[in-house]
Design a protein around this ligand. Structure first.
Ligand code: TYM
Length: 334
């Protein structure tokens, strides 16, 4: 019996803009893997989003395949989930155009990611960067997604997506599913190890505060041992201890131990000992991923086949939604 029709739908995306870090894993990928059992999942490599900041073409090509290999290496199963590249499914840009015409300028200019990126790249504040969240809304709404597993930084974009879906449904009758964000309770915002008041980000100038998934073991250990910690010497998960709380989060993810258990285990022990334990656990946690990644990345034919199959499956669903939208807004159907 084919039950796929009845399963609820997940869509999420990630930019192919170079080395992924541990935040991508804890905020998003970890949940992507888990949710495969229960949901029909669409996972996309958003290359169209990536060019909102300047990219070197050869690197963008390489990073796109790197990301496909990462998805597979963390455990996304192409037999159950659909892995595809955004630019291979033209319906994303087609729906984005329509949604652009229903989005206020003010709505886009309020987005914190837009504000951050226009500050970071003041020489290239382009229209694509401004309209970025509308393309993201199109990514989600094309698949009638019920849930969107993301880190905390994407919450605002999800709110815009929901508003656009509701607005369109209200104007033209029920067309889009209104999606819910799915943000993990722990790990939704991993902070930079050198500045734990700032989100870990791959474009951070201070790379020694970013734990890249492909760092070698010595680099991972060094970065964790040199992490900035808070005054005092207690291992407690507390708002006024952002450095230690960040490390507790990583230890929790790597070992599966609860926060309370971690606090109890390290009561009376110092920061040095704790950091050593965190470093070792993160190295062990990443080891199987790194091994699988190397193997899968070496097989480009396989990667391309996964992406061909994923794009075909995605287009079937995306084109249905787009046709509905085109019809509703009044485009002549031939
Ligand atoms: P991107 O590529 O910046 O990040 C991918 C995912 O990783 C999460 N993330 C983090 N989680 C915890 N701690 C961190 N330090 C951290 N850094 C990143 C992000 O929240 C995200 O879930 N706009 C999106 C990509 C996108 C998308 C979509 C996502 C495009 N279309 C449709 C969902 C649905 C972005 O820039 O993610």
């Amino acid at each position: 019996m084919d039950t796929t029709e009845k399963r609820k739908v997940i869509l999420s995306g990630m930019q192919p803009t170079g080395g992924l870090h541990i935040g991508h894993l804890t905020g998003a990928l970890r949940n992507w893997v888990e949710l495969q059992d229960e949901y029909e999942c669409y996972y996309t490599i958003v290359d169209l989003h990536a060019i909102t900041v300047r990219q070197e073409p050869a690197k963008l090509r390489r990073w796109t395949l790197d990301l496909a290999a990462t998805f597979l290496a963390v455990g996304i199963d192409p037999e159950r989930s659909h892995i595809f590249v955004q630019s291979h499914v033209p319906e994303h840009t087609q729906l984005a155009w329509v949604l652009n015409c229903f989005t206020g300028m003010g709505e886009c200019s309020r987005m914190t990611q837009f504000k951050d990126k226009s500050q970071k790249f003041p020489e290239n504040v382009n229209v694509g960067l401004f309209a970025y969240p509308v393309l993201m809304a199109a990514d989600i709404l094309l698949y009638q997604a019920d849930l969107v597993p993301v880190g905390a930084d994407q919450k605002q974009h999800l709110e815009l997506t929901r508003n656009l879906a509701q607005r369109f449904n209200h104007l033209y009758s029920e067309t889009f599913k209104v999606p819910e964000p799915y943000i993990p309770k722990i790990g939704a915002k991993i902070m930079n190890l050198q500045d734990p008041t700032k989100k870990m980000s791959k474009s951070d100038e201070n790379q020694s505060g970013v734990l890249f998934l492909v760092d070698d073991d010595a680099q991972t250990i060094n970065k964790i041992k040199r992490a900035v910690t808070d005054s005092g010497n207690e291992i407690l998960f507390r708002e006024d201890k952002p450095g230690i709380s960040n490390l507790i989060t990583l230890y929790h993810i790597a070992t599966g131990k609860t926060i309370q258990q971690i606090e109890a285990d390290f009561a009376g022990k110092g920061y040095g000992e704790f950091k050593k334990a965190v470093a070792e656990s993160v190295v062990e946690f990443l080891r199987p991923f790194k091994e699988r990644y190397k193997e899968i990345r070496a097989n480009e034919d396989y990667l391309r086949n996964v992406l061909i199959q994923g794009a075909e499956q995605a287009r079937q669903v995306a084109s249905r939604t787009l046709q509905k939208v085109y019809k509703k807004v009044g485009f002549v159907q031939l």
